[in-house]
Design a binder for this molecule. Structure first.
Ligand SMILES: [Zn+2]
Length: 256
């Protein structure tokens, strides 16, 4: 876990999730099988990490050279995972975004189940048995790729993180610490929090949770419409509001 976080900070300048955060994002029971797979893939990445400093500087150097490090073939698009010509594992390429990793168009709305299916495909491709006999360089690249596959999965399966990420691809940074100043929303949030504090039974908590989750769906739809129309200020407003409902949602689930 620690190794992966270190890699992530060096290579991607982002902190990879802890398993617990992943579980919160994927509390839906239909996704439970992926929790095991997720740990396995993570362990796999961890086991393959050697000489991280060298690896990352090597990878960074490769970013300026799109040809295969082994056979020099120039790919049609930035390669992810294997070189099409010689099938050697390639270093991760930052120009390949998370949507491309999962073969998706850059849209906020993602068809149900598609990420899970493609994540399973990645697990097969990155299975330790397939790369354990390869050179150390390739095993290290495979570890990088699997870390990126995991990070992409975590980001794209979480509606809020996905919204923040897709805006980032448009060059718009979201300040996640920004506070909301609309009095109506603040009053609503305060009332919900008081109700959560007063609630002692799960029935009462579920009654509070239900409208909050409806709000989350509503704000996701509003974000999707605003983003599709390229109304980025409106998109940011949706993210700020969703952030508030997300926090309350987590508070209620924690207490349940
Ligand atoms: Zn090649």
């Amino acid at each position: 876990m620690l190794n992966i976080n270190r890699v992530s900070r060096r290579c991607f300048c982002r902190i990879l999730p802890s398993t617990s955060r992943f579980q919160i994002c994927n509390s839906n029971s239909s996704q439970t099988p992926f929790l095991n797979s997720y740990s396995q893939l993570q362990n796999f990445s961890q086991n393959l990490i050697f000489s991280r400093k060298t690896l990352c500087s090597e990878s960074a150097a490769k970013l300026n050279n799109s040809s295969c490090w082994n056979c020099n073939a120039v790919p049609k698009a930035a390669p992810f995972l294997f070189c099409d010509s010689c099938r050697t594992v390639q270093p991760h390429h930052l120009s390949v975004d998370y949507f491309q990793i999962y073969g998706l168009d850059k849209n906020y709305e993602i068809e149900d189940g598609i990420l899970e299916r493609k994540y399973k495909d990645w697990q097969k491709k990155l299975h330790p048995d397939l790369v354990h006999s390869k050179s150390q360089t390739e095993r290290e690249y495979a570890a990088e790729q699997s870390a990126r596959v995991i990070e992409a999965y975590r980001t794209l399966t979480n509606p809020l993180l996905r919204a923040i990420y897709i805006l980032k691809l448009e060059g718009i940074e979201v300040n996640e610490e920004e506070t909301v100043s609309e009095p109506e929303l603040l009053t609503e949030i305060m009332e919900i929090r008081e109700a959560v504090e007063d609630a002692t039974e799960s029935k009462a908590l579920n009654e509070i949770l239900s409208p909050v989750q409806e709000k989350l769906i509503q704000w996701s739809k509003s974000f999707a419409n605003a983003f599709r129309s390229r109304k980025f200020n409106e998109s940011l407003t949706c993210i700020r509001r969703r952030t508030f409902y997300d926090r309350v949602n987590k508070e209620i689930i924690t207490k349940l």
